[in-house]
Structure formats: C-alpha cells, structure tokens
Design a protein around this ligand. Structure first.
Ligand code: GLC
Length: 727
C-alpha cells in the first residue's frame, strides 16, 4: 500500500503547490492529450496556454521537447508521460517484446513476470516516459471478446497474484528511481464481462458479483501500491464505469483506501454522451466524470474549457478538483519528477533496448509460456535418429505479425502495414531451421493456406512437402484482424483454409504436430483430433520461434499450463472452470461435457505423480491458518517444472458459489526420480464469500481441499475440512 498524496513527505509539498495554482492550472493537470492526434504545435500550445499535465503515446526526443516546454510554463509542473507498454515497450520498434499477458500467464511464474515488468520499466524509462497503462486485470471469461489476449486468463486469484508481480516489476522498490515507472491497474472494473463479449458494452452484473469475482485482483493491486487505475469503457448494470461513484469513490477510494489517481479510458467523458447516452452534453458529462471520482481525463480536450467555466460558476465544487490535482501531483512527486527526474537526459537507446540481458528474460518467460496439450505416441520431442526431413507448414509459420497480436509497433499508436519486423523476431520456421541444422536435418517451408481466406493457392506445395518429409510441423492460428481491441469474434472456429490444410496434412500419414499461434483459445477440437501432438502459443513475442524449437527438439521440457479454458464450440461459452453449481442437464445435448482443454491443463515430456495429500487440521475456525501438504514425484526421463494447484470447494453456502476456486499455486523444479513435498498455507479467512447483503463472511460447514496438476476433478487429490463457529 502506498499513500502517495497522503504520504507524510509528499502531502506538504502537494498542499503548498495546489494552494498556488489558478483554476486553469489545476484543470490543466487533469488533462491527458494524445500526441498523435493533437500534433506537435497544438501539444506545445496545450502546455504553454492550458498547462496540460500529461501526454500519451509520445516518446524520445518529442517527449523531451514537451517536457522542456512544461518546465518553462505556468507553475512549471513536469508532465507525466504514459504509454501502453503492456508486453514490453512494444510500441517502440526495436525494444523487447514479450509474449502477451495471456501468454506470460501460462508460465504461472511470478518471478519471471516480475522480471518482465522490470525490463519493460527500464526500456520505457529510457525513452523519458514515466507510466505504463498496465497491467490489465480484466478477467477473460467470454472468449468472443477481442481483448482476451491482454488478460492474465480466467481466474481472479491468479490474475491478482500475477498483477502484483508485474506491478512490483514496473514500480521497483522506489518509484522515484530513474528506471521505475508508475503502473496502471485497468480496466476498472469488470470491463471484460461485457455481455456477449461485446467490447465497451454493458456488464450485466450486480455490485455483489463485482465484489465476488472482479474486485480481488484490483484489491491486490492497491495493496501492491499500484500508482494509478484506469476506468473501463463499459457500463455495469447500466451505470457507466466512469460515472460510477459506487465503484470509484465508495469502494476504490474509501473502502480500499487507494491514494494514487484514476485516469479515464480514451475519451470516456465524451463517450458518456455519444456512445452511452448517459449525458446530454459535455457540461453534464464533465460534471458526472469529476463527481464520480475520476482524476485525469484521457483525450477529451473539450473538458478543459467546460471544467474551468463550471468550477468558476460553482457547478463543479473546487474541492473535487483539488482532490484530483492532489492525487495526480502526489504520483508526480513520488516519481521524482520535481526532484530532477524530469530533466534527465535520454539514455543511449542502443545499449538498453532488447539488450542481451533483457532478451534472456524474454526467452526464459517465452519457454515457460508454451503449453503442450497433446503428445500421442511420444511423437515429441523430435526423434533425432529417424527424422531427417521436417516440413514446416502453415500461415503462422513465418509471419512476425502472427507472433505479436496487439499493442506493438505494428498496431500502435496507429496501425502500420508498412513497418518491417524488428531484427530480434524469431519465427517458428526460423527457430526450427536454426535448430535442425545441428542434427543434419533438412527443413522445408510452405505457407499452406491463408488464415482468413479459403484460397487454395498454397495447398499443393504444402502437401508435396509434407509427403516428402518424415514429420510435419503445422503452424496455424489467428491474425491481427481477428483479435485485439475492436476485434470481438462471434465464431471461434479456426478460419480460412486452415481446417482443410490440417485435414489434408493428416491424410499424408506422417507424424503431425500442430502448433497454434493465436491471441486466444479457438474451437479447435477437430484439429486436435487430427494431430498427434498439439502445442499452444498465445502471441509468443519475439522469441517464440526459438522457444518452440527448443521444446520440439527436447532441449526444454514444456512447463506451461493454461490459464484459460478452450471450448469445443463457441456456443458452449462461458466455459471457465470456476462455474457456479447447478445445471439440470450438466451439458449441452449437442456438445461433449466440459471444455476441450481446461484451466491449469498442460503436459510435459515426463510423468508427474501426486500422492499423500494431508491437512494440518480437519476441523478449524475462521481465524485458523492450516497447512496442506502433498508429495509430487517425477517418474519420467526429463527434469520438470510442475505447477501444483490448490483448489477449494465451499460445499454448502448461503449463496450459490463456484464448484471450485483456485486458492494457491506453486511452480517447483522436480528432477528425474525426485519426490518433493510441497506445502501450502491456507488462511481460512480466504474461504470467505460475498453474501446477498454484500458482506464478506466465512460460513461454517464443509470445504473440500483439492490439489493436483489441473482443474479437472480426475486430476485432483481431495480431502475435507470442517469450519466451525468460534467457541
Ligand atoms: C485504449 C485502451 C486502453 C489504453 C488506452 C490508451 O483504447 O482501451 O487499454 O490504455 O486506450 O492507449
């Protein structure tokens, strides 16, 4: 938890500065403009005449020029620069580009995720920027939503833990250090729960449901000292997030005691009028925005004049403005911007962007992000004795854009079809070719088909190559025009010529390894059935080809596990694992029961066995902390990293609760032949529910404790504990 504008060392400086500011200078601090749309001249004018306090999507020398202007204008308050560095400083061509958050989450490795945040902070700060609009703490529960790849998956507990890790990476131990940047917990709140997966629509849930499912990751972000929050585009049960005093002032600022500042998402104040029709004009929407508890206004330029007028007329109480300015200045002071950081010269870019150490972190987390989901007859790792020729086939086998997904220099600050891939990108074809040469293997490549169109221009060459090879590595998936912001998708079936390609390759009678490079889970049950092995890579970033090749050739034992479930069919959605109990038929009559692949699922080249589940107390009270231990053995031929998962089921509760919920996980190394005893500590207070009065309570009764390798019942060892009332 960080106090920011209430911090004893900062509060006095903030108060003193605010007391000297004019209304215009105060409102200027609330303004965040985007450099691309505003342009250089107008941006300088916003600083010199309206004292704008923040810009986004500007970096390097352009940022330096704006900062110099700010330090000569009005009260000389430094600008805070923000950018969407959501998987590395990926908008900057040549910087380190990690897997997407969904990809990184499949590593279940908090330490590596923290390290990725540290690398990102160093590279963002080297561009004289101070703030990233990350992490995304939305919960990915409806796969039709375009922004699934930006989430850490479908589970609130895991999202909260990984969110804490990356916030620590971004902000470091001391936010004022030159290589620390402010983090931004977004999009507050339940933005991904928009009905039908329709972006920026309405999340038709109660505040009780907000508390039960969506609030925990944000609570953990506040506890981790996250400096800023961003409000979502959507409404919650009809109340726009940016107009929602209940979630902003009452819950976030008062109940959770958040003392950083809240920025709206892009033109949310304007969207209240045009999109949500919740305000008649910008006067009304501006008043609503401030009174609800937003502090900074992203990209609604007309807010400035309107707010100055309404503060002067008393329609907007100056106290709200003073609070917003104080919160923003609190973070600027905490960043060290008033103590020399704003004047720091740019570090030389060549020696930090995608440097050796940073790319090592990138490769480490990419290796652990890849998920092996099928490996029949041990077709993998590639057998170096009898495989002499590999056919690499597929539309995503040699396409840098397919490695990235959203929020890189290909897509932001504006879509760019011309820009070339940076020199660090290793596609699957690059990686397999590089590795195969050491074993004297020949590698052929063919595109096979298009991702979106059904043109059969490439199929003949692909089949010819496949028939001439000893093994086929097919690389399929989706493309940037099917995933990301503004790309909600109604049909999750694999698209274009890909279904035909896989079926034709299957007929060639060779071992068929299917690797899916995609932004999100797709409905690939047929392709999985036709493959001998199936591997999932979620937008794997620059090192995806290297890491995949290491896994295919057995240099690395895969350790990734899904953090999001796969459906057999789009119509099954939602298929997340922590479903509430209660369903007459238990499944759709026309689909198999449950997901194609489930939360926590992922295999390695070795066999892991669980045994000897024990709890320290079978009967306990709400204040108890119990320990849960389990033995995990490596019975195979490869050293392994295993993600041991702890789930709990509240068997009887006054409100319908999920059939199981993740309450802990540990990723541990287990050498060949080794058995590790893994111990969890579980606070019984963590078994609380949110009852129909929105009270957080632990109800007495029976709870089932489950530990295993994934969320399927058959993968879990179980034992019961009973919680009793305090004597
Ligand atoms: C976008 C996104 C948000 C991003 C912001 C600034 O529309 O919704 O996640 O941080 O605008 O680019």
């Amino acid at each position: 938890m960080k106090n920011y504008y209430k911090d004893e060392h900062i509060a006095k400086r903030v108060k003193e500065l605010v007391s000297k500011l004019s209304v215009e200078e105060k409102i200027g601090q609330l303004m965040q403009l985007t450099y691309v749309q505003t342009g250089r001249e107008a941006s300088l004018e916003w600083i010199e005449k309206r004292f704008a306090g923040s810009f986004l999507h500007v970096y390097g020398d352009n940022a330096k020029e704006l900062q110099e202007a700010a330090l000569k204008s009005g009260a000389k308050i430094p600008i805070i620069f923000g950018i969407d560095a959501v998987r590395g400083h990926a908008i900057h061509h040549g910087a380190t580009i990690f897997p997407s958050q969904l990809g990184m989450s499949c590593s279940w490795n908090e330490d590596l995720i923290e390290k990725s945040g540290r690398v990102t902070a160093k590279e963002v700060a080297a561009d004289n920027l101070h703030w990233t609009f990350s992490p995304i703490l939305c919960i990915g529960r409806d796969l039709r939503w375009g922004r699934i790849d930006e989430t850490f998956g479908e589970d609130p507990f895991l999202i909260g833990e990984l969110g804490k890790a990356i916030i620590k990476g971004y902000q470091g131990e001391d936010l004022s250090k030159a290589d620390s940047i402010a983090a931004c917990a977004k999009h507050y709140i339940a933005y991904g729960e928009s009905t039908g997966g329709r972006d920026a629509y309405d999340s038709q849930i109660s505040i009780r449901k907000v508390r039960e499912v969506f609030l925990e990751p944000f609570r953990k972000a506040v506890e981790a000292g996250c400096a800023t929050f961003m409000t979502g585009y959507q409404s919650i049960d009809g109340v726009p997030a940016t107009a929602n005093k209940r979630i902003l002032r009452e819950i976030l600022k008062n109940e959770l005691d958040f003392n950083g500042f809240v920025v709206t998402d892009w033109n949310n104040t304007g969207n209240l009028i045009e999109m949500q029709r919740a305000a008649k004009d910008v006067f009304e929407s501006s008043k609503i925005t401030i009174e609800a508890g937003n502090d900074m206004i992203m990209n609604t330029p007309e807010f400035y004049e309107v707010a100055v007028e309404m503060v002067k007329s008393g329609e907007i109480p100056i106290e709200f403005i003073d609070e917003a300015v104080s919160r923003i200045l609190g973070v600027k002071f905490a960043l060290g911007l008033f103590d020399g950081r704003a004047e720091i010269e740019l570090s030389s870019k060549s020696d930090i962007f995608a440097c050796k150490d940073h790319m090592k972190v990138n490769l480490d987390i990419t290796r652990e992000s890849i998920v092996l989901l099928k490996n029949e007859n041990s077709v993998l790792p590639i057998n170096k004795k009898n495989i002499k020729k590999i056919a690499v086939i597929g539309p995503n086998a040699d396409d840098a854009r397919a490695m990235f997904g959203d929020w890189t220099y290909f897509t932001h600050p504006l879509p760019n079809e011309e820009i070339e891939a940076d020199k660090h990108v290793v596609t699957p074809f690059d990686g397999i070719k590089e590795k195969a040469q050491y074993f004297g293997m020949e590698v052929t490549y063919s595109k096979g088909c298009e991702v979106m169109s059904e043109s059969d221009e490439y199929i003949d060459v692909a089949i010819k190559n496949a028939k001439a090879a000893d093994i086929i590595i097919a690389i399929i998936g989706d493309c940037k025009d099917q995933t990301g912001e503004f790309y909600d998708r109604a049909d999750l079936n694999i698209s274009g010529g890909q279904p035909r390609l896989i079926s034709e390759l299957k007929k060639c009678g060779k071992p068929l390894v299917v690797c899916m490079l995609s932004g999100k889970p797709l409905a690939v049950s047929k392709q999985v059935e036709e493959s001998d092995a199936f591997i999932q890579l979620f937008s794997p970033g620059q090192m995806g080809g290297t890491a995949l090749a290491e896994i295919l050739f057995g240099e690395i034992n895969p350790s990734g596990k899904l953090t999001i479930s796969f459906p057999y069919h789009t119509g099954q959605l939602p298929v997340y694992y922590n479903q509430l109990s209660g369903w007459h038929s238990k499944k759709y009559f026309d689909q198999p029961d449950g997901p194609l692949f489930c939360f926590g699922e992922g295999f390695s080249y070795t066999k892991i066995n669980y045994s000897a589940l024990k709890v320290s107390k079978q009967v306990c009270t709400k204040d108890d902390v119990i320990t849960i231990s389990v033995d995990v053995s490596n019975l195979g031929d490869y050293d392994a990293k295993e993600v041991i998962q702890l789930y709990v089921d509240d068997k009887i509760s006054s409100i319908v609760t999920p059939v199981k919920e993740l309450k802990g996980f540990k990723k541990v190394f287990i050498g060949v032949g080794e058995t590790r005893t893994v111990v969890f500590e579980l606070k019984i207070s963590e078994l609380r529910i949110v009852n129909s009065n929105e009270e957080y309570i632990v109800e007495s009764g029976e709870f089932t404790i489950m530990v295993g390798s994934n969320s399927r019942d058959e993968a879990l060892l179980k034992t019961d504990v009973t919680v009793i009332e305090q004597e």
